[in-house]
Design a protein around this ligand. Structure first.
Ligand SMILES: Cc1cc2nc3c(=O)[nH]c(=O)nc-3n(C[C@H](O)[C@H](O)[C@H](O)COP(=O)(O)OP(=O)(O)OC[C@H]3O[C@@H](n4cnc5c(N)ncnc54)[C@H](O)[C@@H]3O)c2cc1C
Length: 578
């Protein structure tokens, strides 16, 4: 009997192992490729439970009939597959939530209060773009930590990666918005995690169930290691590395909240089947201050001054992205009507002119101010502009179509790169570092010195206000020197990040790429606590093995994409067009 035949009768959903399906699920947006044995699309949480029970049984009593696929069996959750770290990749079973478990259950809240808050209850396979349409229509609220991949990603991945994005500077990451999570645990039972009071925690601990056992053991682990855990909290505004043990107990509110561990755990502790999320109403009127920077030495001072005006977001993109936008910006116009097309086309004239006259800035900074009225937003943007006057910079307050243009370039930067760099792969492997903004003056020169040691062209875009840099080198994975550079440059860069007590991943998470480097960020004691947490939730290692705990450098080398696949994904050999 093969795995498909063994599992199909247990679930109502689809169980597939045809070549086309396996090929489709063997990639995310990372540098890895890993072909699963089977893809299961559950219809509901009962299907997910049945699947987990089957795998747990196989782990305890492997069926000889299932051969290797039975012995090494595991479950890896998948939402939209846009992860950049290899998080949803496996050679065993993929649990895909997109086909059936994608419904909005409820949207609620009070739209009349000044800063409207609300909530939504939804399934993990719902695309963020569909989710936002419904929450906006219901009461004008949104889920602010949406990532730049907002048109392609889904809620399950946003929660499990602890995603953040352009609004994180003001509104925080996913962990702040998760109120409740329905999770299938590793024994197949179902639990709802949320913030518990001290009394509720004691009640949970008294339950003689696997869930009760998790509460008992996690409470003990957190109590016994309180100081070590607090000291391990990364000194940055955003982090997705490791398990957020330091966030479970909120002493001010007197709560104990295991959602803080499930968020950002990349499906290694349990499978999320439903989430209750907070929503907010953001300020409706915007104005953007654009800063064109040719001397990076001024960056720390600019960031310091602009942050004092509390922008809603503070983003950036580099000269390479600028050039790609000047060349290919017309692609943004495809889906617009005539008038919008004309307006946006005209908005790109300055980029084309700068390219023509070779006056491309090294970095473009976008500070967006959001307020109750147009007047207030514009006033803020102009005040911030005035505050930079003595730094001899080119700045501009952008409104309307101009503002839209800058957002388009920022949001599409990775997509532009992936599409238009021929023969090379836009490779995320050092794509998500964070330091404290106060460390810019010392950190940035060291970062540039390190990157310049390698002959890898790269782009830098990101959330400059959070000091979160997305560095995307362009590599030829068929070239052994480039593969070697990946393995060499990564630890060197993370050593630098560790020196500044930063994070190796602000939002994209650990996956295959970063799990082996967690020792560069956390002490052996903290790593042991991560491993113990994994054992408490998942003693048989059913969920997404090798991610967060147990990943090795050999995994990176083993699963790094095959060169032939690279050629196909980038459109064949050629040169970078700069
Ligand atoms: C162009 C581009 C831009 C990006 N920009 C950003 C950005 O600004 N900010 C950011 O944070 N990320 C960004 N990303 C990375 C990625 O898009 C986000 O992390 C996104 O939230 C992942 O969602 P997904 O639905 O694609 O998840 P997937 O890739 O399917 O899965 C991500 C992880 O979640 C786990 N998972 C999925 N569903 C479940 C579930 N039901 N239960 C348990 N675990 C589950 C998977 O196992 C995997 O480990 C970007 C990616 C691209 C390609």
């Amino acid at each position: 009997m093969n795995l498909r035949a063994a599992i199909a009768p247990l679930v109502k959903g689809d169980v597939q192992d045809d070549a086309e399906t396996l090929r489709k699920f063997s990639r995310d947006t990372s540098i890895f490729e890993r072909k699963p044995t089977l893809v299961v699309s559950p219809k509901d949480a009962n299907d997910v439970s049945a699947l987990v029970r089957f795998v747990a049984e196989q782990k305890k009593n492997p069926s000889t009939e299932l051969g290797a696929s039975g012995e090494n069996i595991s479950l890896t959750a998948r939402a939209a597959g846009t992860d950049m770290s290899g998080g949803p990749l496996t050679d065993s079973i993929v649990v895909s939530f997109m086909k059936y478990m994608n419904a909005m259950r409820e949207v609620g809240g009070n739209p009349d209060v000044a800063v409207a808050t609300g909530y939504a209850i939804a399934e993990p396979g719902m695309y963020y773009r569909d989710f936002e349409k419904l929450t906006l229509a219901k009461n004008g609220t949104i889920l602010p930590p949406y990532p730049a991949s907002r048109e392609m990603c889904a809620l399950g991945g946003m929660i499990a990666d602890n995603a953040g994005g352009e609004l994180t500077l003001r509104y925080g990451k996913m962990d702040r918005y998760v109120q409740e999570l329905d999770v299938v645990l590793s024994d197949g039972s179902r639990a709802t995690f949320r913030a518990l009071s001290a009394l509720e925690l004691e009640k949970k601990k008294a339950e003689q169930t696997f869930e009760g056992d998790i509460y008992r053991r996690m409470d003990e682990l957190l109590k016994n290691n309180r100081d070590v855990i607090e000291a391990a909290r990364p000194n940055v505004t955003k982090n997705s590395a490791g398990y957020a043990l330091w966030d479970v107990v909120d002493r001010k509110r007197g709560t104990f909240d295991l959602t803080k561990l499930i968020v950002g755990s990349q499906g290694t502790l349990g499978l999320i089947t439903q989430a209750r999320l907070s929503l907010v109403k953001t300020e409706p009127h915007h104005a953007m201050l654009v800063i064109f920077l040719s001397d990076l030495g001024k960056l720390p001072e600019i960031v310091r001054r602009v942050l004092a005006f509390a922008p809603e977001s503070f983003e950036s993109y580099d000269d390479h992205t600028f050039k790609l936008a000047a060349r290919y910006g017309y692609e943004f116009l495809k889906h617009l009507g005539f008038r919008q097309t004309l307006a946006l086309a005209l908005a790109f004239v300055p980029e084309v002119w700068a390219l023509w006259t070779r006056k491309v800035p090294q970095l473009v900074l976008l500070a967006e101010f959001a307020e109750d009225t147009d007047g207030e937003a514009q006033k803020k943007a102009h005040e911030a502009q005035a505050a930079l006057a003595d730094l001899s910079l080119r700045t501009q307050v952008a409104l309307g179509t101009m503002e839209k243009k800058f957002w388009k370039i920022r949001r599409e930067s990775f997509a532009l790169l992936r599409k238009h760099v021929h023969g090379l792969h836009a490779a995320p492997f050092i794509d998500d570092i964070v330091v404290h903004p106060d460390d810019y003056p010392r950190f940035l020169p060291e970062l540039n010195a390190l990157l310049s040691q390698y002959d890898l062209m790269h782009t830098i875009a990101g959330h400059i206000g959070d000091a979160n840099f997305h560095i995307i080198p362009l590599v030829n994975l068929a070239n052994p020197a480039h593969r070697k550079a990946i393995m060499e440059l990564t630890p060197k860069l993370y050593e630098l990040v560790a020196k500044y007590k930063g994070s190796i991943t602000g939002e994209h998470n650990d996956g295959i790429m970063r799990t082996p480097f967690l020792p560069m960020m956390f002490s052996p004691k903290v790593l042991e606590l991560f491993a113990e947490t994994k054992r408490i939730f998942d003693p048989l290692t059913i969920f997404n093995p090798g991610k967060k705990v147990g990943g090795t450098l050999a995994d990176i080398e083993r699963w790094m994409m095959h060169p032939a696949a690279t050629q196909a994904s980038t459109g064949g050999g050629g040169k970078i067009r700069r």
